[in-house]
Design a protein around this ligand. Structure first.
Ligand code: NAP
Length: 292
């Protein structure tokens, strides 16, 4: 294997330590600890595990965690009322509604009700619009994690050919927008893209977020490229990504493993966003222009 491994677990630990130090400095000045409210509707075991992880990680860095759990049959209006309450609660800096929600609850519509200053998932239309316009704002956590991995490995983005596989609101589109903001030349691919392998072979930076196990073959990778694999799938061979790791690592210069690549970055970026949200609200309360 030729490629250097991008160790997302180690980088996420460093980011978490930095956030812990920044939170300590924030509270040392007499301010209340930032607060993260998580809202989980229903009893999906995977979602409960994610929420538990976010709660524990918050506590570790000094962020106050508010854990709201509603039953599987909670009506839409009840979740909506809770979100309004959290929007108004000054102890809450960030709000995260865990998706997917049960069918009677329109999760994407509810996400849009979150106060943009508390939008630590970066998924409200305002946050998405600010990103599209290249204006400061809260960014979605997984895409921000992808960029952080590239930054920490000094991957040259300016003028680089970047290819993003996937165009979801959650991952593909924001990753492409962040790469564009970093002055890469960005191509976004999706299920109707022709000659996918040939397009990928142009990439200096290849980001796979397609949700298809090992779709990206080794010979899709340009020799010397940086490969970031966002996918995560439980298979009979264990956890795998959207990239055929062993074959891609023969050609890439750098590559993220699955697990231990992008995955750990998501929570680290959520913590950083929560502190950033607390700062934004303090600035807004002081009447300062929104600088992020
Ligand atoms: P998604 O909403 O299902 O979007 C998948 C995208 O890939 C769509 O744009 C789709 O195109 C495209 N696509 C699907 N099959 C394709 C194919 N054969 N060729 C080219 N494009 C294809 O998924 P997502 O939410 O973005 O997530 C993507 C992956 O990242 C999943 O494996 C997910 O589990 C993982 N993920 C990981 C984290 C983390 O923290 N590590 C966070 C979020 C997601 P169309 O638009 O044309 O349908």
């Amino acid at each position: 294997m030729a490629a250097e491994i991008i160790d997302g677990k180690a980088i996420a630990q460093r980011v978490r330590a930095e956030v812990a130090a920044d939170v300590a400095a924030w509270t040392a000045d007499g301010r209340p600890a930032p607060g993260l409210a998580t809202v989980l509707v229903g009893d999906d075991p995977a979602s409960a595990v994610y929420i538990g992880g976010k709660q524990r990680a918050s506590a570790e860095v000094g962020i106050a965690a508010y854990d709201h759990r509603l039953p599987q049959d909670a009506p839409h209006a009840e979740v909506e009322a809770l979100l309004h309450e959290l929007n108004a609660d000054p102890r809450v800096s960030g709000i995260l509604l865990q998706l997917p929600t049960p069918p009677q609850v329109d999760g994407p519509a509810l996400t849009e009700l979150i106060d943009p200053l508390k939008d630590v998932d970066g998924l409200t239309p305002l946050s998405a619009g600010m990103l599209a316009k290249g204006r400061p704002g809260l960014r979605p956590c997984t895409p921000e994690g992808v960029l952080e991995l590239l930054r920490r490995h000094d991957v040259a983005l300016e003028g680089a050919e970047a290819v993003v596989l996937g165009r979801s609101d959650l991952v593909g589109k924001p990753v492409a927008a962040l790469l564009l903001q970093a002055n890469a030349t960005v191509t976004t691919c999706h299920s109707r893209t022709r000659e996918l392998a040939a397009v990928c072979r142009r990439a200096d930076v290849l980001v796979a977020a397609v949700g298809r196990p090992r779709l990206v073959q080794g010979d899709w990778v340009k020799p010397g490229a940086t490969v970031i694999d966002v996918g995560i799938h439980r298979t009979v061979d264990g956890l795998v990504g959207d990239v055929d790791f062993a074959a891609a690592a023969e050609r890439a210069a750098r590559i993220t493993p699955v697990p231990g690549g992008v995955g750990p970055m998501t929570i680290a970026m959520l913590l950083r966003n929560t502190l950033r949200a607390a700062r934004l609200q303090a600035e807004a309360a002081a009447g300062a222009p929104a600088a992020r």
